[in-house]
Design a protein around this ligand. Structure first.
Ligand SMILES: Cc1cc2nc3c(=O)[nH]c(=O)nc-3n(C[C@H](O)[C@H](O)[C@H](O)COP(=O)(O)OP(=O)(O)OC[C@H]3O[C@@H](n4cnc5c(N)ncnc54)[C@H](O)[C@@H]3O)c2cc1C
Length: 305
């Protein structure tokens, strides 16, 4: 029986995964910590291990049909410096771990680890990312909301790996990312939040909201977001309290060594409120601006020959 495999190609990896139940290792930054046995002792793995990080076939970033296609073995540090990655996504990546860890850490690992405190998840939920899973004979695309099914649980089958992450590009007019951690870097989030929205003609064209580390899974509600699309600023302002109540009812944090329920709950609600206020303020400012332009134009018409 083999205890590890370093495949030369993706095909070799997928073929071997048809025969053997492997633990898949990307950058190993989660796995090595989870399996550590103490100083000077090798980490212990209960099943054979397959190393994937070196597979160049899975290391790329492309832009297609208004979405990013990210190969699963692209290190986060490469994403941070890639010209196709939008600045708001880079803000999230920049707050993850430290440059050394980001050289190894991958989005795929962050996703497959399925921790509610994983920082990229809030961005990926708010963006409605999709995950391309591949096995030797089959590929399937799974929306992120169906990919993660619980704490540390996903729909990945033994013979499948994450091949790509597809992230729709948002032409956001408002974007907020907040990570509340114990220190500036290398901190696990106490609470994380992403809010993104596109406003046009004083109407909400798109909105994405996701809260992390305050429930067993990231809190995100695509049906609610769809319902908000098309609202005018006035309608949105009338719905503000109901929106906050809706998300607050799903916030169900834990007490742990990093923080407590009461703090997490309060901060999460504050972050959502701030995001909605910013959105409304921007919408009203642009509405006032338009009104000002109309008044100016009619004054000019009447008084300037
Ligand atoms: C010091 C330190 C600081 C950290 N700081 C942060 C932080 O600020 N924010 C944060 O979110 N995380 C943080 N982490 C956690 C970790 O770095 C991230 O979760 C990272 O994205 C994991 O990616 P990886 O490639 O190292 O995954 P790995 O450890 O290799 O794998 C993690 C899981 O994903 C599975 N997996 C990996 N790739 C695939 C694939 N292609 N297909 C199927 N399954 C796959 C593995 O089997 C495993 O279950 C930190 C870790 C350390 C050690």
């Amino acid at each position: 029986m083999i205890d590890h495999l370093i495949p030369k190609t993706l095909h070799e990896a997928l073929s071997a995964m048809e025969r053997v139940h492997f633990i898949k290792v990307a950058g190993g930054t989660d796995l090595m910590v989870q399996r550590r046995m103490g100083p000077m002792v090798e980490p212990r793995f209960e099943s054979p291990v397959i190393f994937l990080y070196h597979l160049k076939e899975l290391n790329y970033v492309k832009e297609e049909d208004h979405q990013l296609i990210i190969g699963s073995m692209t290190p986060m540090e490469d994403l941070l410096h890639h010209p196709s990655i939008p600045n708001h996504f880079k803000k999230v990546l920049n707050d993850i771990a430290s440059p050394g860890i980001r050289q190894m850490a991958t989005l795929a690992g962050n996703l497959a680890n399925a921790s509610p405190a994983a920082d990229t998840l809030v961005y990926l939920y708010a963006s409605r990312a999709e995950i391309l899973l591949a096995s030797l004979h089959h590929e399937r695309i799974v929306p992120i909301r169906d990919f993660i099914t619980g704490v540390k649980k996903t729909v990945l089958k033994d013979n499948e790996l994450i091949k790509e992450i597809h992230v729709p590009l948002c032409p956001c007019t408002t974007f907020t990312w907040t990570k509340v951690g114990g220190r500036k870097s290398d901190a696990i989030s106490k609470v994380s939040f992403v809010g993104m929205a596109e406003m046009s003609d004083h109407h909400l064209k798109k909105i994405g909201i996701a809260l992390g580390a305050v429930a067993p899974m990231v809190i995100s509600d695509h049906a609610m977001e769809d319902d908000l699309q098309g609202l005018s600023i006035k309608e949105l302002s009338m719905r503000k309290d109901a929106i906050i109540k809706h998300y607050a009812s799903q916030i169900n944090p834990i007490d742990d060594q990093r923080s407590n329920k009461t703090y997490r709950r309060k901060v999460a609600i504050n972050l959502l409120t701030q995001f909605l206020d910013e959105l409304l303020l921007k919408g009203m400012t642009s509405w006032t601006h338009t009104l000002w332009n109309i008044l100016n134009a009619s004054y000019a018409k009447k008084h300037i020959p």
